[in-house]
Ligand binder design. Structure first.
Ligand SMILES: [Fe+2]
Length: 292
């Protein structure tokens, strides 16, 4: 690809979307796949300390809220002590599911993102938020990307699904289906809930790395909790500046894999002819799962 032109297009699209236009990371050393060196030695003691506090806060909230496979993988990762070294995690991850982590300066273009996933590479942002962003951050940082996403990459079915999602993303770019596929990612990989014998649990990284939404999504009576349905999810707008108004609940990761396996070409065509649904929609036939 023409790196310079595609990078310029990427920054122009960010500028158009975000008003202020600046991305946080340092992209000057990124290669054509937007990969950089993690440069682990450059993290300061204060940054490791901030990581430890973020980790401790989330680790306290995880029991009984996150799904079991997340908890088991997080514990096995053993990264409570400071910002982890991506190469060490990759060693274990590659053995488990054939995935590797790649360091990136921050958000990357859609095509680049999908290419990474389709090749079992998960992009992890290198920089950590600052103290005043402890509770809320606009762009994903290393804490969100690592703590929220990496543990589930150790689960074979989820790992397989994420690779298929990447391949689907590359197809969607050609089919003008990106908006629909982005909603799928949002309502599953970022904000998904899963049914367990003990009750609802969280598997979405956006929730798992959030100090407030992890409790809200499970117990607050306000949001809707609806059984997962691909077409419904792809029709539904989402909120980026507040807690979600609707969560979609999968039975297990096999359902997520199976239901998203078919080719979406015909579905994209159908969805283009429909109006999108507001984030707080509850259709007449839908069951809003009651929480305790
Ligand atoms: Fe994320």
């Amino acid at each position: 690809m023409n790196t310079k032109a595609s990078t310029d297009d990427f920054f122009a699209s960010i500028a158009a979307k975000s008003d202020s236009g600046a991305l946080r990371g340092d992209y000057t050393h990124a290669d054509e796949r937007f990969v950089v060196a993690q440069n682990w030695d450059a993290y300061t003691p204060q940054q490791h300390q901030l990581w430890r506090r973020l980790y401790e806060r989330q680790a306290r909230l995880i029991p009984g809220r996150a799904c079991d496979v997340f908890v088991e993988s997080l514990n096995a990762l053993d990264v409570s002590d400071g910002i982890p070294r991506f190469d060490r995690t990759t060693e274990a991850l590659f053995k488990a599911t054939g995935w590797e982590l790649v360091a990136v300066p921050g958000l990357v273009p859609d095509q680049t993102f999908f290419e990474h996933l389709a090749n079992r590479r998960f992009p992890v942002t290198v920089w950590l938020r600052e103290e005043h962003e402890f509770d809320y951050i606009v762009e994903p940082d290393v804490f969100h990307d690592f703590f929220g996403h990496v543990p589930l990459l150790f689960n074979p079915i989820f790992a397989e699904h994420l690779q298929e999602y990447g391949k689907g993303g590359l197809k969607a770019l050609k089919l003008d289906g990106l908006a629909f596929l982005a909603r799928l990612y949002w309502y599953t990989i970022e904000f998904g809930l899963i049914q367990s014998p003990e009750g609802l649990r969280v598997y979405g990284a956006g929730i798992l790395s959030s100090g407030g939404e992890i409790e809200y999504c499970l117990t607050n009576p306000a949001p809707r909790r609806i059984p997962f349905n691909v077409e419904r999810v792809m029709r539904t707008l989402y909120k980026i500046d507040s807690y979600q108004e609707t969560y979609f609940v999968i039975q297990d990761f096999q359902q997520l894999f199976n239901d998203t396996a078919p080719d979406f070409t015909a579905l994209y065509q159908k969805l283009k002819a429909c109006d999108a649904l507001p984030a707080d929609t509850l259709l007449p036939a839908e069951t809003n799962l009651i929480v305790a």
